[in-house]
Each structure stands twice: as structure tokens, then as C-alpha cells.
Design a protein around this ligand. Structure first.
Ligand code: FEO
Length: 169
């Protein structure tokens, strides 16, 4: 039987992953409507990934004798001031998610739930990858500076990054 405190934390994480999926879907829609096909593609794929993270936790909680609860989600933002602001928000959000995963790891150790602790390592590693890929995009954006004339090239670049990423999976 899943420890009640661990179950509570995992249910909170289900909501956070669900929100992440909607947040990136909102970002995909903003990007697509602004003609940024590569970024939109990246965001759509990211949104799908977040849904798989959410499902992974739902299934784990239920398999371990708990009950995964699906809660209402906050509405994600509609508009973003720039592509830089968009990716800064993604980075900030992923850092919050990493902290949240680490918090669950901490509760698992306190409750001596070593099974969930071990299962969570996949998420710990996934967060390292997610933060690194967003950080790489932010580095490219820094190179662009304040001029947006190279945005078209950056958009192509991000499309290529995503395609390369899926080939390596
Ligand atoms: Fe599921 Fe991007 O964390």
C-alpha cells in the first residue's frame, strides 16, 4: 500500500504535470498563430511529453494501491511578450517542476518508501534533460540579442533540434 503522504505528493504532481501539458499547448498555439512553426512544433511535442509524465504517475499511484485524483487545472497564459519571454517562462517552470520532484524524493526518504524513491529517479533524470534543452535554446536567444531579424533562423534551428532529439530516442 502506498504511503499516504507520498500518495498526496504524487497527486499534487499529477496536477503539475497536467498544467505543464496545458501550458506548453498554450505556448504552441501562441507560437503557431505568430508564424513560428519550429517553436510551435517543439511546444506541441513538449505538451505531449508532459501528458505522458502525468499518465506515468496516475498509473503508478493506482498500481500501488492508491487512487490517482484528477483535479481542475488553472488556465494557462494566452499571450507572451516575446520568444525570449516565452522560453524564460519555460525554464522557470521546469525549475519549479525539478524542485517539486526533489521535494517528493525527500518525502519518500522520510517515509522510508524506497520503492517510490527508486521509481522517481526516472523523473529526476528527465528534469536534468529538460532543463538542459531549454537552457540551450536560451543560450541561442542570448546570441540573437535584442534583434529579432534572425528569429526565422532560430525557429528553423529549434525545429531541427526537436527532430534530432526524437531520432535519438
Ligand atoms: Fe514533466 Fe517538464 O516536467
Amino acid at each position: 500500500m502506498l504511503n499516504k503522504n507520498v500518495e498526496k505528493k504524487l497527486i499534487e504532481q499529477i496536477e503539475k504535470e497536467g498544467y505543464s501539458s496545458n501550458l506548453y499547448l498554450a505556448m504552441a498555439s501562441w507560437s503557431e498563430s505568430n508564424g513560428l512553426e519550429g517553436i510551435a512544433n517543439w511546444m506541441y511535442a513538449q505538451s505531449d511529453e508532459e501528458r505522458t509524465h502525468m499518465l506515468k504517475i496516475v498509473k503508478y499511484v493506482n498500481e500501488r494501491g492508491g487512487q490517482a485524483i484528477i483535479s481542475a487545472l488553472d488556465e494557462p497564459p494566452v499571450d507572451f511578450s516575446s520568444v525570449k519571454a516565452l522560453f524564460e517562462k519555460v525554464y522557470e517552470h521546469e525549475q519549479m517542476i525539478s524542485a517539486s520532484i526533489n521535494d517528493i524524493v525527500d518525502v519518500c526518504l522520510k517515509e522510508k518508501d524506497f520503492t517510490t524513491h527508486s521509481w522517481l529517479q526516472w523523473f529526476v533524470n528527465e528534469q536534468i534533460e529538460e532543463e538542459a534543452s531549454v537552457s540551450a535554446i536560451l543560450d541561442k536567444l542570448k546570441l540573437l540579442g535584442d534583434q529579432n531579424n534572425n528569429l526565422y533562423l532560430l525557429d528553423r534551428d529549434i525545429l531541427a533540434m526537436r527532430n534530432q532529439g526524437s531520432e535519438n530516442q
